[in-house]
Design a protein around this ligand. Structure first.
Ligand SMILES: Nc1ncnc2c1ncn2[C@@H]1O[C@H](COP(=O)(O)OP(=O)(O)OP(=O)(O)O)[C@@H](O)[C@H]1O
Length: 231
């Protein structure tokens, strides 16, 4: 269980990105964080991933306060943000994954096997020897997801993984998310109705406040109205 309790975050420029957000996500569930541009989704995801500290509130994973226990958080939470600058432009797909795999403590045969596995999962087989700078936007995004999968985590966070992605790749991403969602906690920020319909639950955020929740399987026909109602 991941629990966010009363999380507030104000940036140095005075913007209150989160004004006291609380939510709970059970293991074995995939939850969408939905909200318009600037709603506070990325800020919330970064706080859960412990990339950013909240001003107030706590985040616990299986009862462990991850704000205070950064080591536990880094071991058990992985995030795909699509940030291009975090890759080595001149290294190939495989070399980038090997580098980040090593940072995750993988070595030798274990590293090789894991890199091959995530390349296969994200359909990057034919691009292994292509340098990062030569990849298309969609392929970069797939590599970013592959990197997040290098870690055997309890929580998988995807920040708008389908933005600018073609239909086939989107299907591949949902297959990965579905598989993970059976045993892990998956958090998926998105604006897209089609993505929302594939989640177990939608949490809507507006102006730094949680404004609604919808259980998708019980209310699949309501997703569009739910979305219209909160924005
Ligand atoms: N580093 C920062 N410094 C100052 N303000 C920031 C920073 N990051 C985000 N903000 C502001 O905080 C608010 C929430 O931003 P956030 O990126 O969390 O929203 P979002 O819901 O992810 O938006 P989008 O859908 O556009 O990615 C916005 O008003 C944004 O301008």
């Amino acid at each position: 269980m991941l629990e966010v309790l009363g999380v507030k975050k104000k940036y140095k420029n005075g913007i209150e990105a989160l004004k006291g957000v609380s939510l709970k996500i059970e293991t074995g569930k995939k939850v969408a964080i939905f909200g318009e541009n600037g709603a506070g989704k990325t800020t919330l995801l970064k706080i859960i991933a412990t990339f950013l500290l909240p001003d107030e509130g706590t985040v616990t994973l299986e009862g462990v306060n991850i704000i205070k226990n950064n080591k536990y958080a880094r071991k058990n939470i992985t995030i795909s943000t699509g940030m291009e600058r975090s890759f080595y432009y001149r290294l190939t797909v495989k070399q980038n994954l090997e580098f980040f795999g090593m940072l995750n403590g993988l070595v030798g045969k274990e590293l090789k096997k894991k890199v091959e596995k995530v390349i296969e999962k994200t359909g990057l087989e034919e691009y292994g020897k292509i340098r990062y700078m030569e990849l298309s936007k969609g392929l970069k995004r797939r590599l970013d997801i592959a990197r997040a999968l290098l870690k055997e985590a309890k929580v998988y966070i995807f920040d708008e993984p389908c933005a600018g992605i073609d239909i086939k790749t989107r299907g591949g991403i949902h297959k990965i998310v579905n598989e993970l969602g059976k045993e892990k906690i998956v958090i998926f920020a998105t604006h897209e109705i089609e993505d929302l319909k594939k989640m177990d639950r939608i949490i809507a955020i507006h102006n730094g406040i949680k404004v609604g929740e919808l259980l998708v399987h019980e209310n699949r026909d309501c997703v569009e109205n739910f979305v219209k109602g909160v924005c």
